[in-house]
Design a binder for this molecule. Structure first.
Ligand SMILES: NC(=O)c1ccc[n+]([C@@H]2O[C@H](COP(=O)([O-])OP(=O)(O)OC[C@H]3O[C@@H](n4cnc5c(N)ncnc54)[C@H](O)[C@@H]3O)[C@@H](O)[C@H]2O)c1
Length: 395
């Protein structure tokens, strides 16, 4: 069983899907690892380190696709909406593809992968269960985004974060508000606190209050309650517009008093709710900073421009998408750890052991035998349920 790791080709992408430290475990399980030459270089992993751990360096990208049984990539076609289609012609029938596929983005890219006869798994669809925790790539990337959002805000803010008492007077600490205290939001609270800011956070899931407080953050209570705030998997559920309207009214004052607002309120598979309107931005002090971690899904701030930095009335709004990619060493390390756990789950005795009774495999499998087979994905795109759905059994 050959696992191939091509170099990422999304413009300026520096991450790599497997790091040298991940290789010995995979080899022990009967996998051979082929790495495209210099695939890890920009993340801080030179070819030599891969070779020392027993991987083979392959000069030609096409050779990786020609020889590998399983391709692991960060941004596969779909998630790489700029250059990902270049790989389509290289994929072959029966090959397995694992990585970010953006399964709820556009169905066309998934169909194109299906038409190549590829069995693909989208890491975005990993279930939120204890069993799958070690494979949860989204949480890994959210951890980095939350941390990095604080650094980017601190760099942009014309003020310092910590409180200082100096001969030149007292410097008040920066006030950082985090909206959406999921994995990214909680990491942002921790990072903001480490830099000495006063951190507050708001989330509509009541369960997050304790987590915010345990990190030394103040929990912002709003006098509204979300209906069924979270689903069985721990994801937030979409609310009606009157809820969001009320939320905006109540959040307005808290936002106006903040120097930094980091928004990370997303609803899986849906456009992000607008929680910061242009009127709210106008009430913020000039120099204030908003980092919108929901930018890729439309943004939590009305003024966010996708993947851009804008300044409106002195307030900087950062809508950059790929903050996790700006920490390529650790992003690659975490991704590799998650993907290795997934590979060890999928491959038994050197063969793909596809078992659709297994929740992890069933939920992440997107294409197989020329079709988009994932039930959630089909429902999302209003495709009819498959008559002969591969309901179970080993492959
Ligand atoms: N394997 C596991 O068990 C596992 C893995 C990852 C996360 N989780 C848990 O799932 C939860 C969500 O984590 P996430 O970071 O993936 O979530 P997410 O990225 O889906 O959403 C981020 C946060 O935004 C919040 N949000 C959405 N709409 C909002 C609104 N209108 N107002 C305020 N807040 C809003 C959500 O409640 C969530 O906390 C957390 O409790 C996390 O610990 C569990």
């Amino acid at each position: 069983m050959i696992v191939g790791v091509p170099r990422e080709i999304y413009p300026k992408e520096r991450r790599v899907a497997l790091v040298p430290a991940a290789i010995p475990n995979l080899k022990k399980a009967g996998m051979e690892i082929y790495i495209e030459a210099n695939a890890g270089l920009a993340a801080g992993y030179p070819n030599k380190e891969y070779e020392e751990k027993g991987a083979k360096i392959v000069a030609e990208r096409a050779e990786i696709f020609r020889t590998a049984d399983i391709i692991v990539q960060f941004l596969c076609h779909g998630a790489n909406d700029k250059t990902g289609s270049q790989d389509l012609a290289l994929l072959r029938k029966g090959q397995v593809l694992i990585g970010f596929l953006r399964p709820l983005g556009t169905v066309k890219t998934l169909q194109e992968i299906a038409e190549r006869g590829v069995t693909s798994f989208a890491v975005e669809l990993m279930p939120r269960t204890t069993r799958a925790q070690s494979m949860d790539v989204l949480s890994s990337m959210a951890t980095i985004c939350g941390y990095k959002a604080v650094l980017v805000a601190a760099e942009t803010l014309p003020r310092m974060f910590p409180m200082l008492t100096t001969a030149a007077g007292t410097i008040a600490p920066a006030r950082v508000l985090i909206i959406g205290a999921g994995v990214a939001g909680l990491q942002a609270i921790a990072a903001a606190r480490r830099l000495g800011a006063v951190a507050s956070a708001y989330d509509m899931r009541p369960a997050s209050k304790e987590q915010v407080q345990s990190l030394g953050g103040r929990f912002v209570e709003l006098a509204i309650e979300a209906k069924d705030a979270q689903d069985a998997s721990g994801y937030a559920k979409a609310q009606d517009e009157s809820f969001y309207q009320k939320q905006r009214e109540l959040l307005g004052n808290v936002i106006a008093e903040s120097d930094v607002v980091i928004t990370a309120a997303v609803i899986p598979g849906k456009k992000s709710p607008v929680l910061v309107t242009k009127e709210m931005v106008a009430r913020m002090r000039p120099g204030s900073v908003i980092v919108d971690l929901a930018a890729e899904r439309g943004g939590n701030c009305e003024l966010t421009k996708p993947d851009e930095i804008t300044v409106v009335k002195g307030v900087t709004i950062i809508g950059e998408y790929n903050l996790a990619g700006t920490v390529p060493y650790h992003a690659s390390q975490m991704f590799a750890r998650n993907i290795s756990a997934f590979l060890l789950h999928l491959v038994k005795d050197g063969k793909l052991a596809l078992n659709l009774q297994d929740e992890i495999m069933r939920e992440t499998l997107v294409t197989r035998d020329g079709e988009v087979v994932n039930a959630k994905v089909r429902e999302f795109f209003s495709m009819p349920a498959l008559q002969t759905a591969p309901a179970g059994g080993a492959d």
